[in-house]
Design a protein around this ligand. Structure first.
Ligand code: HEC
Ligand code: HEC
Ligand code: HEC
Ligand code: HEC
Ligand code: HEC
Ligand code: HEC
Ligand code: HEC
Length: 402
């Protein structure tokens, strides 16, 4: 009897042990952390080298990276590494041995210092995350490209230095390819994190595709992968909307499980607070803003009409103008009503008049000492007529001709 009980106790004590063991194995994954259906981006290079090499330079691929002197935009040089809050508070960006830190000070006394572990973004703004055990937190100081300097992380008040804003899964669903959330406690399995937005984050699991084409190298027709051209317009739009249609929850599943070809279920009771372009914030709302434009309503346009997801097209105004000219021309009798007045300069830039940059009300960054508040500008996707922007550009053209 006693023996049986000891055996039972032994068994019970083995349960947590085996749990710990599997956790350990999970921490050192041999295959893709998403499971065996995934091949990993590196495996795509062999057959799609051009797309692969070009894709490495995009904001999508670089949206989250291990933080290092190479990936952090801001400077650690001693004349430009301080963010002042005023009232005796400051954060100094410091290199200590091989690591980079944000160190908080109150009246000259060190209060808390945490390591830069992950860099997020870098086109307009960059923010930094650090691991505390298995949890991720945001560091108090970010980098704002328009200021060419460090800035207060968005939404942080200047009254105190805060190292305690946790980063939830939602944030990583848009800015990484995968991370496994822990079931028993708050936090993530660190080893399962896949940085950046990788090929399979958009195209879906592709191990079968890779295996098939490796085995049959003469097959020229794509197998075991979603064909974008065969999708409906809603499916095409939703492939981007999963991350570009606001900070809403996707019904039923995690953003990580959403792949090209899926659709975001539209619950009529949970429609966006507003689809009125005048009240939609420009940040992370490209889908709704575009959908409210005449261009979109009266054509078959989708995000791919202007964007090539594999190429860094940032600030390529001439290329974007060409996309407008694909549909709008004198020959088609739907050209700009201002064409005569503007003359040849019209061909340089349609977008500053019809898709102007607007400041986001959601994101606010503050310069050191709260002195300057530079707006966070995002290009609106409500393509329309903006008399105010037109006025500014006409004045600019006039000044140039004087
Ligand atoms: C062994 C070669 C091989 C590897 C490795 C490979 N592919 Fe392909 N892939 C092909 C071939 C062949 C085609 C069909 C011709 C084409 O479109 O280039 C194709 C087509 C595609 C298409 C277009 C599908 C369509 O019909 O529109 C996508 C998307 C794609 N591959 C994604 C991937 C991804 C993602 C990876 C890495 C996880 C990958 N491929 C790895 C051979 C490969
Ligand atoms: C997994 C989430 C995700 C998906 C899916 C996604 N995006 Fe993005 N996209 C982002 C994030 C995050 C950024 C901001 C990246 C940064 O600057 O760090 C971004 C940035 C962009 C940019 C700006 C690039 C630049 O150079 O500044 C464009 C354009 C864009 N996305 C278009 C698309 C299109 C088109 C699709 C669909 C084919 C798409 N995205 C799908 C998350 C996503
Ligand atoms: C629903 C998807 C989504 C979520 C959730 C989200 N972001 Fe973003 N984020 C984007 C997109 C898309 C952009 C770029 C386009 C824009 O501003 O509309 C962006 C832009 C950024 C940028 C500026 C990137 C650059 O290169 O200039 C930073 C930094 C950033 N996000 C950090 C975060 C952090 C930190 C969180 C979580 C607390 C978060 N985001 C949550 C989608 C998302
Ligand atoms: C942001 C989402 C996104 C990411 C990330 C992405 N793709 Fe694509 N990919 C697309 C879309 C959208 C299309 C359809 C474009 C079209 O046909 O206009 C496409 C088309 C393709 C095609 C077929 C068309 C062609 O140009 O040959 C291949 C192959 C492909 N992708 C491979 C890859 C590989 C490899 C990677 C990673 C290095 C990758 N993609 C990353 C969205 C993405
Ligand atoms: C896929 C085709 C397509 C593309 C690409 C396209 N448009 Fe349009 N656009 C249309 C159609 C169709 C209409 C509605 C009928 C019309 O005016 O011809 C329209 C309407 C407009 C209007 C009138 C809007 C209003 O509210 O009265 C403007 C302005 C406009 N487009 C500007 C642009 C600009 C700028 C670009 C490039 C950034 C662009 N379009 C790209 C198809 C397109
Ligand atoms: C009619 C052309 C057109 C279409 C269609 C279009 N975009 Fe854009 N998009 C642009 C232009 C132009 C820019 C500005 C590029 C720049 O300044 O580098 C831009 C910029 C962006 C940016 C960066 C915004 C910023 O200011 O940081 C994101 C994100 C983006 N587009 C996503 C999308 C998504 C998602 C879709 C589909 C819902 C889409 N776009 C459809 C023309 C278009
Ligand atoms: C200086 C600002 C400015 C520039 C640059 C500009 N537009 Fe316009 N556009 C306007 C204004 C203002 C209107 C409205 C004029 C009116 O209704 O009298 C307009 C009207 C339009 C319309 C609606 C025509 C209609 O039938 O109602 C289209 C389409 C259009 N523009 C396309 C373009 C394209 C394409 C380009 C680039 C090749 C461009 N615009 C460049 C300011 C501009």
């Amino acid at each position: 009897m006693l023996k049986k009980r000891t055996f039972f106790l032994l068994l019970v004590s083995l349960v947590p042990l085996s749990f710990i063991l599997t956790q350990c194995f999970n921490d050192t994954p041999k295959e893709d952390p998403r499971g065996e259906l995934y091949a990993g981006s590196a495996s795509c290079q062999k057959c799609h080298s051009q797309i692969y090499d070009s894709y490495m330079h995009t904001a999508h691929f670089q949206t989250s990276r291990p933080a290092s002197l190479n990936t952090i935009n801001g400077s650690f040089h001693k004349d430009s590494n301080v963010f002042e809050y005023g009232n005796g508070l400051k954060v100094i960006m410091k290199q200590r041995n091989d690591s980079l830190y944000q160190v908080g000070y109150q009246n000259g006394k060190e209060t808390e210092g945490e390591k830069f572990d992950i860099a997020v973004g870098g086109v307009k703004a960059q923010t930094y995350l650090y691991w505390k055990g298995k949890q991720l937190f945001e560091l108090p100081v970010s980098y704002f490209v328009a200021l060419h300097n460090w800035a207060n992380s968005p939404g942080y008040n200047l009254g105190r230095i805060s190292f305690d804003r946790p980063i939830l899964k939602k944030c990583l669903e848009c800015h990484t390819s995968y991370v496994k959330e822990l079931a028993q406690e708050p936090g993530f399995n660190k080893a399962s994190l896949i940085y950046g937005i990788d090929c399979e984050r958009c195209h879906g699991p592709a191990a079968n595709h890779v295996n098939y084409h490796t085995a049959y190298p003469d097959e020229k027709k794509a197998k075991y992968i979603v064909t974008y051209n065969s999708l409906t317009r809603t499916q095409k739009m939703d492939a981007c909307a999963v991350c570009h249609a606001g900070n809403k929850d996707i019904p039923q599943k995690s953003g990580f499980d959403f792949v090209m070809g899926d659709t975001l279920l539209k619950d009529p009771h949970a429609m966006p607070e507003s689809s009125n372009p005048a009240t939609l914030d420009v940040h992370v709302n490209q889908n709704a803003l575009l959908a409210s434009s005449k261009c979109f309503i009266m054509s078959k346009m989708d995000c791919g009409s202007c964007h090539d997801p594999h190429t860094n097209q940032s600030r390529n105004i001439a290329m974007y103008t060409q996309k407008c000219l694909n549909c709008h021309s004198e020959a088609k009798h739907n050209f700009c009503k201002m064409a005569a007045q503007l003359g040849p300069t019209i061909n340089n830039n349609c977008i500053n008049c019809h898709m102007p940059q607007k400041s986001s009300h959601l994101i606010k960054l503050e310069a050191s000492n709260g002195k300057v508040n530079v707006p966070y500008l995002v290009r609106t996707h409500h393509i329309s007529i903006y008399p105010e922007e037109t006025g500014k550009i006409l004045a600019f053209i006039k000044a140039q001709h004087l």
